[in-house]
Write a protein that binds this ligand. Structure first.
Ligand SMILES: [Cu+2]
Length: 479
């Protein structure tokens, strides 16, 4: 990691002097570590013309989440003003296990009105996020960006914008989960209710087909807004923009659609990759993508769309140069295909990691998903029993075999990993903390056991996680 970062900085540093004076007003407010705490709050937003009570996390500068600089300690208070018990996970950072924000593994739930203080060394830059790891609170938008910049000012002459994506329901998420787990034939039955939004097609084979969405949502949000009233980001003609996109949806894998523009994907899950050009990029649940794009010199208004797989709906925002005509974009249109691994196999991390041989390979079967909606890892549906144990210093390979009909975005806490194979094909892939394993496919990852503790390893689809697809990986002391 350190090697890769310094190399990356050396490359980027060539442009630093020229760009140092630009866009400084955007980056003058990194305040993590200041006295004002992060606050978990309850708030009201408007969706489709109706108001909805949700949660949020407000940082010391009054904006959602936290911004800090690489090398700065992660040091913040967390005050619980939600009125309910909660606990916040720092997704993408690798804190000591006691500060990881997972109930049962890290610390007791934070009571209403109470405060926790977090303080740990942070060596992870990039686009990350924070979210409740309690029950179904993430579905109620208890999440926010967590951005760690490598420098105070961008090394390129560019503007920056953070986009957080959510799937939204007016229903009580507990009711949705109960319906999935118990109601008439499980999730297959539930998806029938969403036929108008489903690409499963008509016919008796539907329940047997791979399923893309098992929850029907009322809206998809980009920074809390729909396309009926989208965020409009002002940008100069010919300007360069870095989008930091976070898929904070509870249960929706998405496509990033740059419309008429092309961009360069430069980082995934906060880790730099060799740039990949394109207009369409997949973004599984909990993953992040940093995309750099250039606005045409002639200016105009340019939609950036986010399209949940298997549906003909979308959310998004507009990039607009001064004086550009703003045109309304419909929330419906264009069926999005299933998110797959075609991009994943093209990604290559900029950072080098250790090349020592792996200590051993662990097989993990992703299981369940029958009519009872019980999901699991290796057939277990409990965090109480460790999936496997590791010793400090080991280099572990995990082969994730998806035996189910749905894709699972698998997230490892406390570590990051390298994607090293899809099916039988080895490659030198991206560094990530969340990887999508599509139905009946195998994805192989490797990680260094360098952060002792007991760590959650789970599917980030909130309803799968809450139905058993969550386990722990435990450290034993070195023999
Ligand atoms: Cu899953």
């Amino acid at each position: 990691m350190a090697v890769g970062l310094s190399r990356r900085n050396a490359i980027k540093g060539l442009a630093a002097a020229a760009a140092a004076s630009a866009a400084s007003q955007l980056f003058g407010s990194a305040q993590a570590g200041s006295a004002a705490p992060l606050r978990a709050v309850s708030r009201v937003i408007e969706v489709n013309g109706k108001s909805a009570k949700v949660f949020g996390l407000i940082g010391p500068n009054g904006k959602p989440g936290l911004e800090l600089k690489l090398g700065q300690r992660f040091k913040t208070g967390l005050v619980n003003d939600t009125g309910i018990e909660t606990l916040i996970h720092w997704h993408g950072l690798t804190p000591p296990s006691a500060q990881d924000g997972v109930p049962m593994l890290s610390q007791p739930l934070l009571q209403p009105g109470a405060r926790y203080d977090y303080d740990f060394a942070n060596a992870r830059s990039g686009t990350h996020w924070m979210h409740s790891h309690v029950g179904l609170q993430e579905q109620l938008l208890l999440a926010a960006p967590l951005i760690v910049r490598e420098t105070d000012q961008p090394l390129w002459d560019e503007q920056e914008h953070v986009v957080m994506l959510h799937d939204f329901t007016f229903r009580d998420p507990a009711e949705i989960l109960a319906e999935l787990q118990g109601g008439g034939g499980g999730h297959a039955g539930h998806s029938m209710q969403g036929m108008d939004h489903s690409n499963m097609g008509a016919g008796g084979g539907m329940a047997m087909a791979a399923m893309l969405n098992d929850v029907v949502f009322n809206a998809y949000l980009a920074n809390d807004r729909t396309l009926d009233d989208p965020e409009i980001v002002q940008i100069e003609k010919g300007g360069q923009l870095r989008l930091r996109i976070i898929n904070a949806a509870a249960a929706s894998n998405m496509w990033i659609d740059l419309g008429g523009l092309e961009g360069e994907l430069i980082a995934v899950d906060g880790h730099a990759v060799y740039p990949v050009r394109g207009a369409l990029f997949p973004l599984a649940i909990a993953q992040r993508a940093d995309i750099r794009l250039k606005i045409p010199a002639g200016g105009g208004a340019f939609p950036v769309l986010f399209r949940p797989e298997g549906l003909a709906v979308r959310t998004g925002l507009l990039l607009a140069t001064p004086g550009a005509e703003i045109v309304r974009i419909a929330s419906e249109g264009g069926m999005a295909p299933a998110v797959d691994l075609s991009l994943e196999r093209r990604l290559k991390a900029v950072a080098e990691i250790r090349t020592e041989p792996i200590s051993r390979t662990e097989m993990v079967m992703l299981t369940g998903g029958a009519a009872d909606y019980i999901w699991g890892l290796n057939g277990k549906s409990s965090m109480q029993e460790a999936l496997f144990t590791v010793k400090p210093g080991e280099r572990i390979e995990i082969m994730l075999h998806n035996m189910t009909g749905m894709a699972h975005p698998m997230h490892l806490h406390g570590h990051y990993f390298k994607v090293t194979a899809i099916g039988g094909a080895r490659f030198d892939g991206a560094l990530r903390d969340t990887v999508l394993v599509p139905p009946m496919q195998t994805v192989t990852i490797q990680f260094d056991a360098d952060n002792p503790g007991t760590w959650a390893f789970h599917c980030h689809h909130l309803y799968h996680m809450n139905s058993g697809m969550m386990a722990a990986i435990a450290y034993t002391s070195a023999a």
